[in-house]
Design a protein around this ligand. Structure first.
Ligand code: FAD
Length: 334
């Protein structure tokens, strides 16, 4: 089959790799100019910042096996940092234990490696999916918008189409199958404002990652403490879901000032950054995930995967969910 996959995050790329290995002809459409989606790394003059996903854990046998292979290949490495819980600038407890893995030299490296050998069209946003009658029966056409061309182009026809984007964006694309759009509409994602700050001198905080209570921030990470990073004092601060929802439409400059203030309060350090910026993730993690592995309609040959499916795990909204969901959909199609 000739299969179109919309979205080059971990779920779409995992599904694409497996379908291509099964002998299908796969084309991946990605609206950004780079692959990896929310597992991304922002490059700055002060080094890279993992401003999306921070690290991942592996609990299923399938993901553990691939993480071991990626580690052997040098795409990922364990992050053996010191983790604490913080409240009003004080460390209240040691952080949760667990095997944390990160992409090397940045989180986006996993997606970059998975995309190798795949036909991935970046800078191409799919606006609509349409079912058409062709000489081969019913097939799918995509309306694709590209920055450099003012009108949408048609791509296809495809025998099957897979939507591998956050649930909120999937509802629009899946409107051709109302039951799927309705299901996606139940798994909406919460936003996350993220602070990236670089400091000239060490903050000497004594930890590399912290869960924060009673603050606008809920997580802090010393990015440069991860393996394979450029040395330096680069920190990430993630605002809580509640604060991000309340301030979703605020001006970035105002958000930066508020999150920097929260950073100083949470860490107790008054050292001023030499660089600070913020990124707004409109969709970060699924608040109410679907219990299934993925969606697939065999008759119409349309499906969806992503981290908004539990895919056999207790929760969702994590890298392992995205991987398992993409793999499950490829297995169903096989
Ligand atoms: C701030 C933040 C922190 C996080 N922290 C962690 C963490 O510590 N650990 C963890 O396990 N998980 C974490 N996550 C979640 C993790 O990043 C996701 O679970 C995982 O990356 C989702 O992969 P995905 O393929 O399902 O979706 P995505 O990575 O979102 O991929 C979807 C892709 O589809 C593209 N796309 C969307 N619409 C279209 C369209 N119309 N046409 C073409 N392309 C389109 C997008 O550009 C994107 O590249 C975090 C996420 C965020 C945002």
């Amino acid at each position: 089959m000739h299969i179109a996959i919309i979205g080059a995050g971990l779920s779409g790329l995992t599904c694409a790799r497996r379908l291509q290995d099964q002998g299908h002809c796969v084309t991946v459409y990605e609206k950004s100019h780079a692959v990896s989606g929310r597992m991304s790394t922002r490059q700055t003059d002060f080094g890279g910042f993992d401003h999306g996903a921070q690290y991942f854990t592996a609990s299923s046998a399938a993901f553990k096996a691939d993480v071991a292979a990626w580690t052997k290949a040098g795409w990922v490495a364990p992050w053996k940092g010191k983790f604490v819980a913080l409240d009003h600038g004080k460390s209240t407890a040691a952080g949760k234990s667990g095997n944390r893995h990160v992409g090397v030299p940045g989180m986006r490296s996993v997606g970059v490696h998975l995309a190798q050998g795949l036909d991935v069209r970046t800078g191409q946003q799919v606006g609509q999916i349409e079912r058409i009658e062709t000489g081969k029966g019913e097939q799918w056409l995509l309306a694709v918008h590209c920055d450099t061309v003012p009108i949408a182009a048609s791509a296809g026809p495809f025998d099957a189409v897979i939507v591998a984007v956050p649930a909120d964006q999937a509802t629009t694309l899946l409107s051709v199958v109302p039951a799927f759009a309705k299901a996606a509409g139940k798994a909406l994602l919460v936003p996350c404002w993220t602070l990236m700050a670089a400091f000239q001198d060490s903050l000497e905080l004594g930890y590399d990652g912290a869960w924060v209570s009673n603050s606008r921030l809920s997580w802090l990470a010393h990015d440069a403490s991860k393996p394979g990073r450029r040395p330096g004092e680069h920190w990430i601060g993630q605002a809580s879901a509640a604060w991000s929802i309340e301030h979703l439409e605020d001006e970035p400059d105002r958000v930066r000032e508020k999150l920097l203030k929260a950073f100083h309060e949470a860490t107790g350090s008054q050292v001023q950054p030499v660089f600070a910026t913020v990124h707004r993730w409109r969709y970060s993690k699924a608040a109410t995930p679907l219990k299934d592995d993925c969606l697939w309609n065999k008759k119409l040959r349309i499906g969806a995967c992503g981290d908004w499916f539990s895919a056999g795990l207790d929760g969702a909204g994590k890298i392992e969910n995205a991987y398992l969901s993409g793999a499950a959909l490829a297995a169903l199609i096989a």
